[in-house]
Write a protein that binds this ligand. Structure first.
Ligand code: BG6
Length: 483
């Protein structure tokens, strides 16, 4: 297969798809993410196949296109290119039916007549994954196909294993593309490029120079109308087991090798996950924001965490003794996702009077406005003392417009590039890491919305210089010890 570089879909490694089938095309996720991702794929020439929506809503193709248009107009901020949307709408078909009913899959098979490599995107609740895959298999549609599924992949280690076992009855692992949309974010992909396409970071990227790593995912909104989804899930399952552990792997893994390894990045991530001992409930803090109990769909007396902070270690030569602190929370002061690597303090110097240099920090901001920043000490003008300054890079400003995660990942699935999808072994290994926190969860502490989580969260980092206020677009990135 030739390698094809495109805007959305780094490289082609499998046969290019000849149809895209979306189960759950009328749902919430489709409205929020998928329609506009399809428009962007069309705009950039990556969508070259028919798109068939499947759902049980009483719709026809025209009504579906109308819904898609509304979402795209909103997403494109009234700047929709009508000729692009017209091309997209000509690709769209709709099969109405129940997933329990074999007739739905027979109707789909007729639509797909002659297609050898369809991509089936299951945007359905996870409870329907098995039913849809069974239906596809019974209609003889799985051969040569790829199946893209949305998180959550199970709700603990055992259920993840069971789901994988079910899927593997009809599909080989390389046919399964598990979406973790963080892996489709360009700034997340940038982590490996910054680390390994340069020589400046790699020599210091180990326990001899790095004292700790902090990963923060803060959201300045609550659970809103997702109470019934969120309450049985909580922050650990919602974002730690998947998004944040995947980012931890990228910041800490060994360089991918060349040679004959067909899956070098995912293999190295897997090595990293294996080196992480299971999380310790004594080193975990759970919180729930005040007012959560009033959200529609939340069970009375719920102990679900809307904030979690934990400490992990990686048992490897590179990371011996370096703590990885991770926190994620809703209703925080600001929306910010970042990785922050804190270096050891330099030895005393003889050039800045009595000033003691602060440890340098390297920050990679994922959201909002991805970028990277190195905090270093400089000379205060006119004085023999120190001042912390930043060497800042904003990806979009420097590199231009970036595809959104769903555009990127659907493009990759169409081209047959699985690199930015979660593999079965990774999903199970990450559940293994967090399982003790599910089995033996620490008590939840209430916290006031608009801050940085419960008080206990700061105790977790005692002795390591505290949490840092995240680097926000409108603020200095200096690692002032704070929240
Ligand atoms: C989803 C979680 O996977 O990620 C949500 O279910 C969370 O709870 C969302 O808000 C965050 O994604 P993003 O891309 O908006 O940072």
């Amino acid at each position: 297969m030739p390698l094809v570089a495109t805007r959305a879909g780094g490289k082609e490694t499998g046969p290019e798809a000849d149809a895209l089938v979306i189960f759950g095309i009328s749902g919430d996720l489709a409205r929020k993410m998928t329609y506009d991702a399809l428009y962007e794929l069309e705009l950039h020439g990556t969508l070259r196949v028919p798109v068939i929506g499947v759902a049980k809503d009483d719709l026809d193709g025209k009504q579906l296109v109308k819904r898609m248009r509304e979402s795209c107009v909103a997403a494109e901020k009234d700047d929709l290119d009508e000729s692009v949307f017209e091309r997209l709408s000509e690709r769209v078909g709709y099969v109405r039916g129940d997933y329990e009913d074999p007739k739905t899959f027979r109707a789909l098979a007729e639509e797909l007549d002659g297609c050898e490599h369809p991509v089936f995107y299951l945007e359905t609740p996870p409870s329907l994954f098995e039913m849809v895959v069974d239906g596809l298999a019974a209609a003889d549609l799985t051969k040569g196909a790829r199946v893209v599924i949305e998180k959550p992949f199970g709700h603990d280690l055992e259920s993840a294993k069971a789901l994988n076992a079910e899927l593997s009855k009809h599909l080989a692992e390389p046919q399964i593309y598990r979406i973790d949309h963080f892996l489709g974010k360009e700034p997340v992909m940038d982590i490996l490029y910054l680390r390994f396409a340069n020589l400046v970071l790699e020599p210091i990227w180990n326990h001899r120079y790095i004292s700790s790593v902090r990963i923060t995912m803060a959201e300045d909104f609550g659970v809103d109308d997702r109470g019934s989804f969120y309450d049985p899930v909580g922050a650990l399952r919602d974002v730690i087991q998947n998004h944040l552990l995947q980012m931890l792997a990228l910041i800490a893994m060994e360089p991918p090798t060349g040679g004959s390894d067909p899956d070098p990045v995912r293999d190295k991530k897997m090595d990293l996950f294996r080196a992480i001992p299971a999380a310790d409930p004594q080193r975990c803090v759970r919180g729930q924001y005040e007012g959560y109990q009033d959200v529609d769909g939340v069970a009375p007396g719920s102990e679900t965490e809307t904030f979690i902070a934990l400490r992990l270690f990686v048992e490897s030569w590179r990371w011996a003794g370096v703590p990885f602190f991770i926190r994620a929370g809703k209703c925080m002061e600001a929306k910010a996702t970042e990785l922050r690597v804190v270096l050891n303090s330099p030895p005393p110097i003889g050039i800045a009077g009595s000033a003691v240099p602060r440890a340098d920090e390297i920050v990679i901001r994922i959201d909002p406005h991805g970028g990277a920043c190195i905090l270093v000490e400089a000379k205060q003008p006119g004085k023999e003392t120190l001042r912390q300054v930043d060497l800042e890079l904003l990806f979009e400003e420097e590199l231009g417009d970036q595809p959104g995660p769903y555009e990127r990942l659907l493009g990759d699935a169409l081209l047959g590039n699985p690199e930015h999808f979660a593999r079965e072994d990774m999903v199970e290994e990450t559940w293994r890491i967090v399982q003790p926190l599910i089995d033996d969860p620490p008590e939840v502490e209430t916290y006031v919305p608009g801050g940085w989580g419960p008080e206990g969260s700061s105790h977790l980092v005692t002795g390591y210089g505290g949490w840092r206020r995240p680097w926000l677009p409108s603020e200095e990135p200096y690692g002032a010890v704070g929240p």
